[in-house]
Write a protein that binds this ligand. Structure first.
Ligand code: SF4
Length: 334
């Protein structure tokens, strides 16, 4: 066996992560003990309702939580074996954009209206390549523009001269300009119409396949999960309540009741079910989480034990479900 393989740390390794937002008035328990890994070239989909802790998790990977209120209170986040919480400012700056780039959901607000798109992409490149010559910079900007399907002749155009889909391509070009090993995309196509969404996604998949970029895709859209993600983590009230490969999530027989509600009826990979179905009831108050299973107040399968005891994890190969329903036939209960 190759010893290098044995010793290699995953690209991202998150263990037992807990994050709170603390103000004078209250403490919000946003992320409550999640663990996952991500290898280079893989895509992880993080799915769940608003307030489930998806974006907080993503921001913590880059140590970008709001400095006054956001706090990691337990667990570790490692990028290539290095603990993000212990990184100095210089290492963090190099990691943000250079190693991991983030694409936010609204292309309309992410671009500077008074700079040309070429200048903006150039700025992103300069941040991580201070020694680059002017000619090299121009060539690199033109190269990334072409990579995302924008003609180099549009270098000197301003954001208002681009459509919504083209603006999102510019944002992706900025993210790719430093050839990051990973991209975090937070609802990257929500602001776009369906046809443009499909084009932007297909371009992102193509770039991932060609460049071997790892991706975390935060989304509400089942179509995106099925088409783009190797693995999926379903989050609820700051916990990962079900995780597995896309095939586990879409095709396995057993699921967490929340996932079943979220997906309506679990669709086949070939069936076009694009949007998550609304589930009756609300997520628990994150300042006052219930003692047992956080989904208990909304769960039609809730048992007495669910109200008082945290469920363990049912494991079947790559598929894991955190629910008391499967406690008796769990391969391993954690
Ligand atoms: Fe429902 Fe109980 Fe499973 Fe929670 S642990 S999802 S309440 S059955």
């Amino acid at each position: 066996m190759d010893m290098k393989e044995v010793n290699a740390a995953p690209f991202i390794e998150v263990k037992d992560l807990e994050i709170i937002y603390k103000t004078d008035l209250e403490t919000v328990h946003a992320v409550n003990g999640i663990s996952f890994t991500l290898e280079k070239g893989q895509t992880l989909g993080i799915v769940g309702e608003t307030g489930a802790g998806k974006t907080t998790t993503a921001l913590s990977l880059l140590k970008l939580l709001p400095p006054r209120t956001g706090r990691v209170v337990n667990g570790t986040i490692c990028v290539e074996g290095q603990n993000v919480m212990e990184m100095d400012d210089q290492t963090l700056r190099e990691m943000r954009g250079g190693k991991i780039a983030m694409i936010f959901q609204d292309p309309m607000t992410a671009l500077n209206p008074v700079m040309t798109v070429g200048e903006q992409i150039g700025e992103a490149i300069l941040l991580h390549n201070a020694d680059i010559t002017k000619a090299q910079l121009q060539a690199r900007v033109e190269e990334v523009l072409q990579m995302v399907g924008i003609p180099a002749t549009r270098y000197s155009d301003y954001p208002h001269q681009f459509s919504g889909g083209m603006k999102q391509r510019v944002i992706i070009a900025m993210a790719l300009s430093c050839q990051p090993a990973m991209i975090i995309a937070d609802e990257p196509t929500t602001a776009l119409d369906v046809t443009i969404q499909a084009q932007v996604l297909s371009m992102m998949r193509d770039l991932r396949d060609r460049l071997g970029t790892a991706m975390i895709m935060i989304t509400h859209d089942l179509g995106i999960v099925a088409q783009t993600c190797d693995n999926v983590a379903v989050m609820y009230a700051g916990e990962i309540i079900e995780t597995g490969t896309s095939v586990d999530i879409f095709c396995a027989e057993k699921h967490h009741p929340y996932t079943v509600g979220l997906f309506g009826s679990i669709p086949n990979l070939k069936v076009k079910t694009r949007r998550l179905s609304p589930i009756v009831g609300l997520m628990p108050d994150p300042t006052n989480l219930p003692k047992g299973c956080p989904f208990a107040p909304r769960c039609d399968k809730c048992m007495e034990i669910c109200k008082t005891e945290k469920p363990g994890v049912y494991k079947n190969g790559t598929h894991q479900i955190r629910c008391h329903l499967y406690a008796n036939n769990a391969e391993e209960v954690v």
